[in-house]
Write a protein that binds this ligand. Structure first.
Ligand code: SAH
Length: 357
């Protein structure tokens, strides 16, 4: 697998957020020049629905409502953690489904977005990997997830502050569209690059490209095992991009951008949670000064091994800290609605979702 070589352009805009300024200019060719700015500000302002843009003539508003349609139709919305976690299951124009998760914390609100419908990386412990790949998302389909989550956060007086590309899909297998989305989120939605995190399973050419970008976002790498033999099995893309090569790309990223690198590590009982695994991880992470996020494995239908016990999770974290590695245990959000890491599968699952249609 390679990172897209040529810029990926979707022939037809699927979402109102697929339009570039140039395309909007073409659409509004019969209008005064300032309309493009008005419409652009309308799209990225607090209410992206053209019908609400009172500074635009009514006839044009209705025309724009047809052309600048939203791409995401909510199928279900599930709420958990006393309202602090919401998951949407969206249907796309072709019936494909994706998920988006909004999480409120005392000091921030984070949306976890999808970059592909499904995923081709085939990590056996991840529900998205188990279900396989459907298609890439367009830039607009990615951006629209953020816009919808921002609007929902605003309804309860919260300000969406962070975006993590940790939903369905591998962002670096859909590099161009993902990166165009990052630029829109930064430039037009005003969420600064240091509040954006791209997560990769370890697609080295993507990390290399990221290193050359002028916007410097946070990088998370889903490591899970720090020796090639075992990682080849747990994270199959490791057969293509070995750990040594991955470490080199990470080192260059950190050196060039001075951004924070983190490793994700889903703790799986007996598979990657022994002291030996901890030592291997520490040896790998320390030279990169990487932060380690420990995630107790969330259950998924296709993987029989369970997560590590709470005691083991604590002991593993202590062990890493003793070895000089910064490690935190990520509190799991939304397990009861299958919204937690690795549980996104785009099926009508989870307990008591709010049925919207
Ligand atoms: N493909 C990218 C983006 C997905 S992020 C990547 O792999 O980084 C989703 C995160 O959840 C990844 O760190 C993934 O490894 C982790 N994950 C997958 N399945 C999980 C599970 N069952 N329990 C906990 N974390 C899981």
């Amino acid at each position: 697998m390679t990172v897209d070589a040529a810029p990926a352009r979707d022939p037809q805009p699927r979402s109102r957020y697929d339009f570039t300024r140039v395309q909007l200019g073409e659409l509004l060719a019969d209008q005064p020049r300032y309309r493009v700015d008005q419409v652009w500000q309308g799209l990225y302002g607090p209410n992206g629905d053209p019908e609400s843009w009172t500074n635009v003539p009514k006839a044009l508003r209705s025309r724009l409502s047809d052309v600048l349609a939203p791409a995401l139709t909510p199928l279900t919305e599930s709420v958990s953690d006393e309202g602090d976690t919401s998951k949407w299951l969206w249907s796309l124009h072709d019936g494909r489904q994706i998920e988006t998760v909004l999480m409120h914390y005392p000091d921030r609100s984070t949306v976890c977005i999808s970059s592909q419908a499904g995923c081709a990386m085939a990590c056996g412990f991840c529900a998205t990997g188990q279900a396989g790949f459907d298609r890439h998302l367009s830039t607009g389909e990615i951006v629209e997830q953020v816009v919808r989550a921002r609007a929902r956060a605003a309804e309860t007086g919260r300000r969406l502050s962070n975006v993590v590309f940790m939903g369905m899909g591998e962002p670096f297998a859909n590099y161009d569209r993902t990166w165009a989305a990052v630029e829109r989120i930064n430039d037009d939605l005003g969420l600064g690059a240091r509040h954006l995190t791209l997560s990769t399973v370890g697609v080295v050419p993507g990390i290399r490209r990221l290193t050359t970008e002028s916007l410097q976002v946070n990088l998370a790498v889903s490591l899970h095992v720090a020796n090639d033999d075992e990682r080849d099995v747990l994270v199959p893309i490791n057969r293509r991009y070995r750990l040594a090569e991955l470490a080199e790309a990470c080192a260059d990223y950190v050196e060039t951008t001075h951004r924070r690198l983190s490793f994700e590590w889903a703790l799986i009982h007996g598979v990657n949670d022994t002291d030996r695994h901890g030592r291997e991880l520490a040896d790998y992470a320390r030279p990169l000064r990487a932060h380690v996020n420990l995630i107790p494995l969330n259950p998924t239908p296709g993987y029989r091994v369970r997560g590590s016990t709470p005691d083991r999770v604590q002991a593993f974290a202590r062990h890493l800290r003793d070895l000089g590695v910064n490690a935190t245990i990520r509190r799991t959000r939304g397990t009861d609605i299958d919204a937690a890491c690795g549980q996104l599968r785009a099926t009508h699952s989870g307990s008591s979702p709010v049925e919207l249609i």
